[in-house]
Design a protein around this ligand. Structure first.
Ligand code: C2E
Ligand code: MG
Ligand code: MG
Length: 757
């Protein structure tokens, strides 16, 4: 019915498909398919040789088996590899497979192998082999059952493969049944299942979904399912079904008893595994819910529980009446740590380095903090220590932590020094003195420690601060100011003041700095030094910054329209770090410049040193885009930060503004003079312009001039004043016939200072 040639053709096609298909569809790993292809070659060779061998005597009669047996082994390796690749080798799945195997093994050994082995008139080995095949099929079944249980998501290649393998099993069974009666060659009808098998497996190998079969099973293996029970239960019934067929006391009977015992043992193991897996899964999910995956430290949830527990164990007097916390008395302490400059590490060396750093910090904390105290990670670079103890111990611990964490850390190829800022709060701090209303909660303690940490950070990095109730006051005040500021922006309470920038030698006007002014209806004038930082924190700075730029350029446009200033007059606008993190800023600046038709070269943006130090890739791009617009950029308050030459070279800045604090000491403090000299030298080398700010007297002005600074700003010439006053004092005067017109025709030195580099 099926010619040897067409059989061989189909088989060869499948073998080629098994090698080519997975490669084509980028399956990985490919070795299970290559092994299956090799098995196919062995089976084909075995099938082709078998008719020839059947007519031989002795060893030659086994020529077919010499290929078929290795073929089975290759197939087992292939299926095993497939199971491994799918991550499906799980204990209960294996036990289920074994149960089915014992059932099927008993049936095949007693019904097929034993009769086949006792057929007379064949060499001993042939009989043994005839009995071996059904056992191979049992192993095959084990693997197949496991494979069938690895997913619910039945991809086409998977279905084709399983059907093909079951067909092979059916073919083997047919052979075994026929073989048990002594006929080994069989009719060609018996070849049909194998032809179907080859065809199905070949199609599976060519289907694109073949690549999915070696990926980890999409669905975790289910412990129990109807599908599973449908296979396991019949297998368990095998010993009972065979019982009546087997004669009492024979070897077969003993095998049956042994098989039955094995099955019961497996069932017990199966139940034990299920219970153990469940307990392990529960433990794992509990751990996951309460621990940070990166450092393995407890997370905020577990920390809050621990703080609550500690609070529950403190004597009521301590917990309740904050004011009465005596020295040495035990209390619950919460230490809130934040790493200074962590963002810098993350941005400069990548997240992997950041993670490495966090892991190292976690381990140092764990080493430093004594055992019953809890160390938790509650956020990106935020850690918390919760403990019970007295104040001295806690302060000593805080100091040990500061010291330990400040030691250099090796991340990727660099060594970094990172300091923590720590906020500390004891359970009695910030409490109302009335016991009845004083229910301290874990949340409240964490919040207060966080507040104290912020204070420590704003006092300068690498410090620790203990919480006190006035901090609440400060927080409340900031919230109030933020609300009022929002209102101020909407109701035009904000004003702009302009401070002249002049040529040092002559006092001639070359530009102006726009400075924001706010008069609160109740509190009176509030310093920008106070409200700008609040606007930064709240994000309000974006809207305020836009308002400032628009107002300033409108003013400059008005002055230009009235011919009071010309193209050489420039205006400085302060831009805060948060504004520079907004990638749309250059677009907005360009829009405002277009609206007021002010030449781009008449605008200087003042940025702070911190922008360059903490620069992210976004900020870098924003700075670059702004510079490309043609506006100039100077570093404000230069000298107060890290002022490294490298930062200046790497960023597209055009000048620096020497901070007031250095100008202050000029004429009296030799060190300040040296600093200014160094800044001038560095700026000259980098072709940067220099402006001195906060110049208040003649002595300062003279020293600056000798040091080579040509442009300055300060009370010596004038404080920031309203636009009207500025016009009157600095511009209108120039328009009178007897005033000199220097203000509108600045000389080359002043232009230089404006940043024409
Ligand atoms: P800044 O940019 O360094 O501004 C210079 C500050 O020094 C101004 O304070 C100015 O009034 C003051 N000043 C000028 N000359 C002298 C002097 O001879 N002696 C003394 N003692 N002080 C002098 P102000 O206006 O209070 O501004 C403080 C800071 O607020 C500014 O420092 C700037 O960083 C920020 N700021 C002001 N307006 C804005 C704004 O529109 N946007 C942003 N982002 N920040 C602003
Ligand atoms: Mg400024
Ligand atoms: Mg400044």
């Amino acid at each position: 019915m099926i010619s040897a040639a067409s059989f061989a053709g189909i088989a060869l096609g499948t073998i080629v498909a098994l090698f080519a298909g997975p490669r084509w569809h980028r399956a990985a790993p490919r070795y299970p398919w290559q092994l299956l292809g090799a098995a196919g070659i062995a089976f084909l060779a075995g099938a082709l040789i078998r008719p020839w061998a059947a007519e031989r005597e002795g060893w030659e009669a086994l020529a077919g088996d010499a290929f078929t047996v290795p073929g089975y082994l290759l197939m087992f390796l292939s299926l095993g590899g497939l199971l491994l690749a799918r991550g499906s080798v799980q204990r209960h799945a294996v036990i289920d497979g074994l149960i089915v195997c014992v059932g099927a093994g008993l049936a095949s050994a007693l019904l097929l192998a034993a009769p086949a082995a006792t057929i007379d008139g064949r060499p001993q080995l042939v009989s043994v082999l005839a009995g071996l095949y059904p056992l191979f099929d049992v192993v095959f079944l084990l693997l197949l059952v496991n494979l069938a249980f690895t997913t619910k998501d039945l991809r086409p290649a998977y279905v084709l493969l399983l059907c093909g393998l079951f067909m092979l099993l059916a073919g083997d069974l047919a052979y075994a049944i026929v073989g048990a009666s002594g006929d080994l060659t069989g009719s060609s009808l018996l070849d049909l299942p194998f032809v179907v098998t080859f065809t199905l497996i070949g199609s599976a190998a060519l289907h694109p979904s073949i690549a999915d079969l070696t990926r980890a099973a999409a669905m975790p293996v289910q412990t129990w399912s109807v599908r599973r029970l449908l296979v396991i239960v019949p297998a368990m019934l095998v010993p009972f079904a065979l019982m009546p067929l087997i004669e009492h006391g024979t070897a077969e009977h003993i095998a049956l008893a042994a098989g039955g015992t094995a099955m019961v043992t497996l069932l017990v193991a199966r139940a034990a595994t299920a219970v153990r897996d469940y307990a392990a899964a529960k433990l794992k999910s509990e751990h996951q819910a309460t621990h940070d995956p990166l450092t393995g430290l407890p997370n905020r949830l577990m920390l809050a529980q621990e703080i609550s527990r500690l609070l529950g164990t403190t004597p009521p007097a301590t917990t309740a009446a904050g004011a009465t916390l005596a020295v040495g008395e035990p209390a619950v302490w919460v230490l809130f740590l934040d790493l200074d400059g962590f963002k810098l590490v993350n941005d400069s060396w990548g997240h992997e380095a950041g993670d490495q750093l966090l892991v190292e910090v976690a381990s140092r904390l764990r080493d430093t903090v004594p055992q019953p105290d809890m160390v938790a990670r509650v956020g990106g670079d935020e850690f918390v220590v919760a403990r019970m103890g007295n104040r001295q111990e806690t302060v000593a611990l805080v100091e040990r932590i500061m010291e330990r964490l400040s030691a250099p850390v090796q991340v990727s190829s660099a060594e970094v020094v990172i300091t923590p800022s720590i906020g500390v709060v004891g359970s009695a701090a910030g409490m109302a003195p009335v016991p009845a209303v004083a229910a301290v909660t874990a949340e409240a303690l964490l919040r207060d420690a966080d507040t104290a940490m912020y204070r420590a950070k704003s006092d300068g990095r690498g410090r620790w601060t203990e919480f006190d109730a006035s901090m609440h006051e400060r927080v409340r005040e900031r919230v109030e100011i933020e609300l009022a500021l929002r209102h101020a922006l909407a109701t035009e309470q904000l004003r702009l003041a302009y401070q002249p920038i002049v040529e040092l030698a002559t006092g001639r006007l070359v530009g102006a700095e726009a400075l924001l002014r706010w008069t609160h209806p109740v509190r009176g004038p509030i310093s920008p030094a106070v409200f700008i930082s609040i606007a930064e924190d709240s994000g309000l700075i974006a809207a305020i910054g836009r308002w400032v730029l628009d107002g300033t350029l409108r003013q400059v446009a008005a002055w230009r329209a009235d011919d009071l200033v010309d193209d050489d007059f420039w205006v400085s606008v302060n831009v805060s770090p948060r504004q520079l993190r907004d990638p749309t800023l250059p677009g907005k600046v360009s829009e405002v410049l277009e609206r007021w038709k002010v030449p781009h070269t008449c605008v200087v943006l003042e940025i702070t040193e911190s922008v360059m130090i903490d620069a992210s890739s976004v900020t870098d791009q924003v700075l670059f885009d702004l510079r490309r617009l043609g506006v100039k950029m100077v570093v404000d308050d230069f000298g107060t930060g890290f002022s490294a030459l490298g930062y200046l070279r790497r960023h597209p800045v055009t000048g620096v503004k020497i901070d007031r604090s250095f100008v202050d000491g000029l004429g009296t403090d030799a060190e300040d003079e040296e600093i200014v000299r160094a800044v001038v030298a560095m700026s000259t080398a980098l072709k940067l312009t220099v402006v001195a700010e906060g110049v208040e007297n003649q002595a300062q002005q003279e020293v600056l001039s000798t040091l080579g600074v040509t442009v300055g700003q300060g009370h010596m010439w004038g404080a920031p004043v309203s636009a009207e006053e500025f016009t009157e004092r600095w511009l209108a005067l120039e328009a009178t016939p007897d005033g000199d017109d220097d203000a509108t025709v600045p000389d080359a030195a002043a232009q230089e200072a404006a940043g024409n580099s």
